[in-house]
Design a protein around this ligand. Structure first.
Ligand SMILES: Nc1nc2c(ncn2[C@@H]2O[C@H](COP(=O)(O)OP(=O)(O)O)[C@@H](O)[C@H]2O)c(=O)[nH]1
Ligand SMILES: [Mg+2]
Length: 195
């Protein structure tokens, strides 16, 4: 597992990022929702993707080569309130731009906190995702924060708010208890197999 690139997002438009044709699975979600932890949990590494208790710290894009099969792409999180308005706009534009022009993306994993209703930024980002036409998987994250008996109802709530026509697979996840990792791998493998 190799960390091959580490670019400041401000430079993306200028820098020619690698193009070896491997499919990309891109993590999208607000700052602190658990994108970097998701990558670490899925590949069973504690600290490959940098996680932080300080939201908004990851302001760059990181690529993780997974066995030469695909990349997990860790994008900067949006909606971090302590970022200046201008910087928040820059992050939003960067993500929109990446989803629109990056041809290698075969799946977007959209993370949302299982406990909360989507924010206005989540709805905006979800709209970019849908308009990109790229397949999407919705992850209702931090499932360990609610009772196990409430998980399936909470997943349905996330889906009915974000994706009322229910055509996008929505799964619970937790980097804390790791209960749902296998189910998520199965779905990812089916996407990769179809690429
Ligand atoms: N309880 C719980 N905490 C989580 C989970 N995933 C991430 N976190 C915590 O949430 C914080 C932000 O995680 P991080 O992966 O850095 O979020 P990112 O900004 O989206 O990359 C860290 O303190 C993590 O330990 C989860 O599934 N359950
Ligand atoms: Mg992160």
């Amino acid at each position: 597992m190799l960390k091959i690139q580490d670019l400041k997002f401000q430079q993306l438009k200028k820098v020619n990022i690698q193009k070896n044709g491997l499919p990309e699975i891109v993590l999208v979600g607000k700052s602190n929702v658990g994108k970097s932890s998701f990558i670490n949990t899925m590949i069973n590494r504690k600290k490959l993707a940098h996680t932080s208790s300080e939201p908004g710290k990851t302001r760059q894009i990181n690529f993780y080569n997974i066995d030469d099969l695909f990349y997990f792409v860790d994008l900067p999180g949006y909606g971090y309130s302590k970022m200046s308005k201008q910087e928040q706009i820059k992050v939003g534009e960067f993500i929109e731009h990446y989803l629109k022009y990056r041809k290698e993306i075969s799946l977007i994993i959209f993370l949302i906190d299982i406990r909360h209703d989507p924010t206005s930024n989540d709805f905006l980002m979800y709209d970019y995702v849908i308009r990109s036409g790229i397949p999407c998987l919705i992850i209702a994250n931090k499932a360990d924060k609610i009772a196990k008996t409430k998980v399936s109802g909470a997943v349905k709530n996330v889906q009915s708010q974000l994706n009322p026509i229910r055509d996008i697979t929505t799964l619970p996840f937790s980097s804390e208890n790791k209960f749902y990792t296998e189910d998520v791998w199965k779905v990812i493998e089916s996407f990769i197999a179809n690429t």
